[in-house]
Design a protein around this ligand. Structure first.
Ligand SMILES: Nc1ncnc2c1ncn2[C@@H]1O[C@H](COP(=O)(O)OP(=O)(O)O)[C@@H](O)[C@H]1O
Ligand SMILES: [Mg+2]
Length: 251
């Protein structure tokens, strides 16, 4: 627990002194982060600054060289495969792009994670109500029988979000949720993220280099520069910085 003003905030996710290099390429050089319950935390960093590397370490897809990662009170780097799988159910991960299965319908894409996590959901005989309810929450019930190739870029992003939400995660990690989308569709996706955040009461870590996205959705921000958290604060606070490296984000 951390005391901020009068409000006790529960720590959901904590990264300490995370380091990761690929040969001479020192990507993360002691990165720190703490995400509190119900919060939207934005990490901004230039392309190639290590945002995806950081998020992959967070979900156990990549092993850091050193540092610690605590998720929901558990030390991620000490878990065996079974424990890691159990923890992962609580973490929704939206990859860069949408990564839907092209050979499956929208319905099958949403059923897929349910089948993989039978332990949490039991042997769901009829998944239809849950699939329908989740599609409704992203405004795309009508797409239930379509193939991904029949969807626009924005719709794919919505379905990918639905596929994450169907497991009712406590944390959602977004890697560049608006990349490759036109400004209007980006805005719709950001609005949707805010809406589901409230509806599902999730805590979100949003990785982006999109200033407009950060402005709208962030309650707090961290700027990732040179592999460390170079600056932290609200959008307004960071926007007022005189430092050149911080200014560069807002130009
Ligand atoms: N599996 C890998 N092997 C070697 N280098 C990698 C690997 N993944 C990422 N990198 C390097 O790490 C740096 C950060 O990449 P990334 O985290 O993808 O950046 P971004 O901030 O754009 O998401 C880049 O220089 C990239 O080339
Ligand atoms: Mg990336």
């Amino acid at each position: 627990m951390t005391n901020t003003g009068n409000i006790q905030k529960k720590s959901i996710l904590k990264i300490k002194d995370l380091r990761k290099s690929f040969g001479d390429n020192h990507v993360l050089n002691g990165f720190n982060l703490e995400l509190f319950e119900g919060e939207n935390l934005v990490i901004m960093g230039k392309s190639g600054s290590g945002k995806s590397v950081m998020i992959k370490c967070l979900v156990g897809l990549m092993e850091p060289d050193s540092g610690s990662i605590h998720v929901l009170g558990k030390n991620l780097l000490n878990l065996n495969q079974l424990e890691l799988d159990a923890l992962r159910i609580n973490i929704g991960f939206l990859f860069q792009g949408s990564a839907l299965y092209d050979s499956m319908t929208v319905r099958e894409n949403l059923e897929f994670p349910l089948r993989r996590h039978k332990n949490k959901f039991g042997n769901l005989k009829d998944t239809t109500p849950l699939v329908e309810e989740t599609l409704k929450s992203v405004g795309l019930l009508k797409a239930i029988d379509l193939m991904p190739s029949e969807l626009s870029g924005g719709m794919k992003r919505r379905i990918a979000l639905a596929r994450t939400l169907i497991l009712k995660p406590k944390i959602i990690l977004y890697d560049e949720p608006t990349s490759g989308l036109d400004p209007i569709t980006s805005k719709e996706i950001i609005e949707l993220m805010r809406r589901v955040q409230k509806q599902y009461n999730t805590s979100s870590l949003i990785i982006t280099h999109d200033v407009d996205c950060a402005r709208v959705i962030s309650e707090r921000m961290i700027l990732l520069v040179d592999g460390v958290n170079y600056a932290e604060g609200t959008f307004k606070e960071l926007e007022a910085y005189k430092d050149e490296k911080v200014r560069a984000f807002f130009k």
